[in-house]
Design a binder for this molecule. Structure first.
Ligand code: AMP
Ligand code: MG
Length: 340
């Protein structure tokens, strides 16, 4: 299959992508979080192609994207007051709400669950595409299953060339990590995945919000997570990633005591000067938004330079930094060394 690269800024590009979606095809779609792999959410055959193109396990449900709040009503059983409040505060934006699904949502989208995740993205190209397609759009991250999510059209092409119909290039994603997922099908509501909308922001609207155990911890063997995606190894470069938890100085000392072929540092901007090994930097130490924006690019870059063992600084799980911590922990398979 030929994969066409469409520039979203050129006239007719969004309409062309929308036509592909209406005809049951797949399009790489820019959003403010990461690129999505978009198909008509109401077309089971089109959605099946998403799973095939990604190599995604069938039990990992997809998020459904809308371009106006009112579109949610036919996709879920009912819209609770909490959903109205969250939507008023943070939609359009990087937040997914899990609610009981309506019969309109095909089983393949929800992976057999009675619930569905719905998001109203803020990216102008995503909104235009959903509106032009005239259908809700199912879209997981546009990466090969297990690899880091994609934040540029070039990364989507690298993973998906020949597997999908088109990529709509809308530039670099601003948030850089996938959406915050909150389920309103639990009482109290529960954070399933941290993202661009922080736990503090959710609590400011809802009061009490639980944090699912899988946000900060590895899943015990055989356990069934509320968010099925949490059980898979994720976001992984080919290299073995080890997180070093300690001060900047302790980090630099450890890395410098363990130099060798393929040893690479994953650290904050400016810290490359402290380590005597090749370093990939992402964001400043307390600039959590920049860390989130640049994390996946940095993880992909590690493969480009042939890193074998990566010593990563331990992110602070604060604000958007909680999402960075959550993704990097998964990239490292939860391997953390506490430095004294
Ligand atoms: P991705 O779009 O690749 O970031 O993956 C979507 C994530 O949303 C996966 O981790 C899913 O487990 C999660 N998800 C989607 N729908 C639901 C749902 N109905 N209940 C819980 N988690 C969901
Ligand atoms: Mg994903």
């Amino acid at each position: 299959m030929h994969t066409e690269l469409l520039n979203a800024a050129e006239s007719g590009a969004v309409e062309k992508a929308a036509e592909i979606i209406r005809n049951g095809g797949l399009v790489g779609m820019p959003t403010e979080t990461v690129y999505g792999l978009a198909a008509n959410a109401l077309d089971s055959k089109a959605v099946a192609k998403i799973f095939a193109a990604k190599g995604r396990p069938q039990d990992n449900p997809l998020i459904v994207h809308i371009s106006a709040f009112e579109q949610i009503r036919c996709l879920v059983k009912s819209v609770p007051e909490a959903a109205e409040k969250l939507a008023a505060a943070y939609w359009p934006g990087p937040m997914t709400m899990v609610l009981e699904k309506s019969d309109l949502i095909p089983e393949i989208v929800s992976a057999g669950l009675p619930t569905v995740g719905i998001r109203f993205p803020s990216h102008p190209v995503a909104r235009a595409l959903i509106t032009a397609a005239g259908v809700p759009i199912a879209a997981p991250s546009a990466n090969r299953s297990g690899l880091p999510s994609t934040t540029t059209a070039e990364h989507v092409m690298r993973d998906m060339d020949g597997r999908i119909d088109a990529v709509l290039d809308g530039g670099v994603c601003g948030v850089g990590v996938e959406s915050t997922i909150i389920t309103l099908a639990s009482d109290p509501p529960r954070l399933l995945r941290p993202g661009g909308i922080t736990l503090e922001q959710l609590r400011a609207v809802l009061g009490s919000v639980d944090v699912d155990r899988a946000v900060l911890n590895p899943l015990p063997k055989g356990a069934k997570p509320l968010s099925p995606g949490m059980k898979y190894k994720h976001y992984s470069p080919k290299a073995n990633v080890i997180i070093l938890d300690g001060s900047e100085q302790a980090y630099a000392d450890y890395v410098n005591a363990h130099k060798g072929p393929g040893i690479t540092a994953l650290c904050y901007t400016g810290e490359e000067k402290l380590v005597g090994v090749p370093a990939i930097c992402y964001g400043g130490e307390t600039d959590y938004a920049a860390q989130a924006r640049d994390l996946f690019e940095a993880l992909r870059h590690l493969d480009d330079i042939g890193a074998q063992t990566v010593y990563a600084r331990c992110p602070e799980p604060k604000g958007v930094g909680l999402a960075v911590y959550n993704r990097l922990m998964r990239a490292a398979g939860f391997e953390v060394l506490r430095l004294g």
